[in-house]
Design a protein around this ligand. Structure first.
Ligand code: MOS
Length: 752
């Protein structure tokens, strides 16, 4: 498909655009959820179960209730009614843990909430929560890390991706593997990983009669409203969810967690606003994690490297009650061309909190396994790993039998090799050195689904020359405020600094989740349609206002571009600024609404739509002191048109930083005796810090994907993490000769 460049200099699309909300953030004026305070507000602190399996038999709240400043200790007997919520079609009302808090006395994971202390201050509430005494009947928790699939039907609910891809079969995978001349059969393991955004999950609940307002750290205010309306038996219009800024989410804030209904129930009972902010320790227990996965990959190939069979059989752990699916095999059926393929999965129940989506859910662990296997196959064949991939590049999506809307993965490899200097690679282990360091080079491909949620938006033009764009989506730190301003500016000609962006409020026109890397792709057509509708209203005003220079002209003869209305035949130079026309008509504003449909319900898509890319990495290794460092990264991404390359590069760099953590540091460990996540703090759960992060070079191709929206933008939040760990483990092998197949790579693994 041809590359098309927007040649208009004035176009804000495709330009490096600093965040429109940047000044508010750096000056501290951006209010995050926990920054809101209300008169008479009370503070709530949950009491956490200290067992992971058993029953709560007695709760002694007497001492806690008598403590100074304490308003209530809520528990199963006095919390009041909280309904279960049920998922509605088209991504409405999704929540991970459907059992409302305190619904029964069974304890299924460590840290499950068993009571709630509410007091005048946070300190008083915390002291009271600590003073609650619980008695349990305790059973041994199952937090076993070796995963064998349970003997239960695979009933799952998927949040992203078409369900026909849950398992995939074509040809005769087993027979083709048996007959293949080159074979590989390895199992790859990824550990439990915990979302650690800087901002903790927080809720402030305010009741006014039967109306509920929630200040919430959410990646989806509309979904959040749907769930909470159900839980409290309210019509949706009585619930308002506000999320002005999010200190990141990584998937952990996509769906409501149980601290939210707890705050709402406490506020209902006490008649005051109630704030609840979870602790860092609770972040590891009760608000989701990426499940542990164990993935067996079998590849069969011809001696010259053509894949003949691919089998990907994986098992992941799940919580006792929930059905969240970790879709590790989602990309396997179309990442490469292979005639015989089988993808299957199983699940193993564990006494852990509900698992959930974490940046690149499914594909992040899944492509780690597949890409690791491809790298190992390349080594087995003594073939360059890029060459192996190009040799197996598919022409169409072989699983669905339909073309890709746009796939420029080979161009990604080519640009990546050039920028990294891949041609200087010497493949033998330990054969490359620089400044007395052993170098390891590795690479991997990556991909992420491209789709749209449905979206509504409004665009207003006002008599002071400003505009407003509104949509009930939210900015989770990715740049959504800026993207909406750029889109509105593109279509109206109003400069960026004269556009107000309203989002993060469920009272606005319904907008998409900030999830699945889909928010940007989802809002493009809606904002453009809204701007077009506003412009139609403006032209009506221009042609009907007495004394207007366009009075009695046909609207069809006029155009609105670059902020001016003009007669098409006369050209824009003779145009009149829109605010002049509004003032002349004594109008404060004109507004238009635009809609765009989602793609997820499309049962028979014409195209298979994904973003593509690849990572090239260099590690340095000093065997004398067992020091491993990531020294260089080049990532190339084909994600259609990039609306804001500045924010886009930032997204990919952030994903790569997270990928270094995934490859080398991050893993949540459960104590086999208590079932507690034991490294539940940022000292023991190690994440990448600046000292661990090398220069990260990001390049975008520019092939607009017009199947998805008018500007051809796909998504970029998640793709940068997928595949990355496999590039690191390949580089580690190249430097050290050690093949690590269980993440993270630990120094102990390399001391051989
Ligand atoms: Mo992403 S895991 O959809 O926030």
């Amino acid at each position: 498909m041809p590359t098309t460049q927007d040649t208009s200099i004035a176009s804000p699309i495709g330009r490096d655009t600093p965040r429109v909300d940047g000044p508010r953030k750096v000056s501290g004026r951006a209010q995050y959820t926990a920054d809101f305070h209300f008169p008479g507000m009370l503070y709530a602190v949950p009491v956490e179960a200290t067992i992971a399996n058993g029953k709560l038999v007695k709760l002694d709240t007497a001492a806690a209730e008598k403590m100074p400043g304490v308003r209530a200790i809520l528990h199963r007997q006095n919390i009041g009614k909280i309904f279960r919520s049920v998922t509605q079609p088209d991504f409405e009302s999704i929540c991970d843990e459907r059992r409302p808090p305190f619904e029964d006395d069974v304890i299924r994971y460590y840290g499950q909430y068993i009571a709630l202390a509410v007091a005048d201050t946070f300190e008083a509430a915390k002291a009271a929560a600590d003073a609650v005494r619980a008695t349990y009947v305790k059973e041994k928790p199952n937090v076993e890390t070796d995963l064998n699939a349970d003997d239960e039907p695979n009933v799952v609910e998927t949040t992203f991706g078409p369900s026909e891809r849950l398992e995939s079969h074509r040809g005769e995978a087993e027979a083709a593997f048996a007959g293949a001349s080159v074979k590989l059969d390895h199992t790859y393991v990824t550990p439990v990983a915990t979302h650690n955004p800087l901002e903790l999950h927080s809720t402030t609940a305010i009741w006014e009669g039967s109306r509920l307002t929630l200040y919430e750290s959410s990646q989806g205010v509309i979904n959040h409203r749907g769930v909470l309306a159900q839980m409290f038996g309210l019509p949706e219009e009585n619930v308002r969810v506000i999320t002005k800024f999010v200190g990141s989410g990584f998937g952990g804030k996509l769906w409501p967690w149980t601290q939210c209904p707890l705050a709402v129930a406490a506020a209902r009972q006490l008649g005051k606003p109630v704030k609840l902010v979870v602790s860092r320790k609770m972040m590891f227990q009760s608000v989701g994690h990426r499940p542990r996965t164990q993935q067996r990959v079998r590849l069969g190939a011809t001696p010259d490297g053509k894949l003949v069979s691919l089998q990907h059989d994986y098992v992941y752990h799940r919580s006792i009650l929930e059905t969240h699916h970790e879709d590790c095999g989602e990309a396997t059926p179309f990442q490469y061309s292979v005639p015989n393929l089988r993808v299957t999965f199983g699940r193993a129940k564990r006494n852990v909190g509900a698992t959930t989506d974490m940046r690149g859910p499914g594909r992040t662990p899944g492509l780690y396994a597949l890409e690791s296997a491809m790298n190992e196959l390349a080594d087995q064949l003594k073939m360059d790993p890029v060459k192996l991939r190009i040799l197996n590049e598919p022409k169409i999506d072989e699983s669905l039998g339909i073309p890709f809307s746009s796939r420029h993965l080979v161009e990604c490899y080519e640009l990546g090799m050039e920028k990294f200097g891949w041609s200087k690679r010497s493949p033998e282990v330990g054969s490359m050195t620089r400044d007395n360091l052993t170098l390891g080079w590795g690479m991997a491909s990556c991909s992420w689904v491209a789709a749209r949620f449905s979206a509504d938006a409004t665009v207003q033009l006002r008599d002071d020359g400003t505009a407003r764009v509104a949509c009930a989506t939210q900015d989770i730190g990715t740049g959504t405020y800026t993207i909406l301003a750029q889109l509105a500016s593109q279509r109206t000609g109003v400069p960026l600094d004269k556009i107000d962006v309203a989002l993060g409020d469920s009272a606005l026109p319904e907008g998409p989740l900030s999830g699945g890397s889909m928010a940007t792709a989802s809002v493009v057509n809606a904002v453009f349609a809204a701007a077009d509708s506003t412009s139609a209203s403006l032209l009506t005003v221009a042609t009907t206002t007495p004394g207007s220079p366009f009075e009695n002209r046909a609207p069809a003869d006029l155009a609105f571009e670059g902020g001016r209305v003009f007669v098409k035949a006369d050209g824009a130079a003779k145009g009149v600024p829109f605010d002049d026309l509004l003032r002349r008509a004594n109008l404060r504003l004109v507004t238009g609404m635009g809609k765009s449909e989602g793609t997820m319900a499309d049962a028979k898509p014409k195209y298979s739509m994904h973003s593509w890319g690849c990572h090239f990495v260099e590690v340095t290794w000093q065997p004398e002191i067992a020091r491993l460092r990531v020294s260089r990264v080049v990532t190339v991404i084909d994600a259609g048109r990039i609306i804001n390359p500045l924010a886009g590069r930032n997204q990919i760099q952030g994903a790569v930083v997270m990928g270094i953590g995934m490859a080398l540091f991050e893993h949540t460990t459960y104590d086999p005796q208590s079932g507690a996540p034991i490294n539940s703090n940022l000292a023991d759960y190690v994440v990448t810090v600046n000292a661990d992060a090398p220069p990260i070079e990001v390049h975008f191709l520019d092939f607009p994907d017009k199947e998805l929206n008018e500007v051809g933008a796909r998504g970029i939040g998640e793709i940068g993490l997928t595949g990355f760990a496999a590039a690191i483990t390949a580089a580690v092998h190249h430097a050290t000769g050690v093949r690590v197949r269980e993440l993270p790579v630990k120094i102990e693994n390399l001391l051989v």
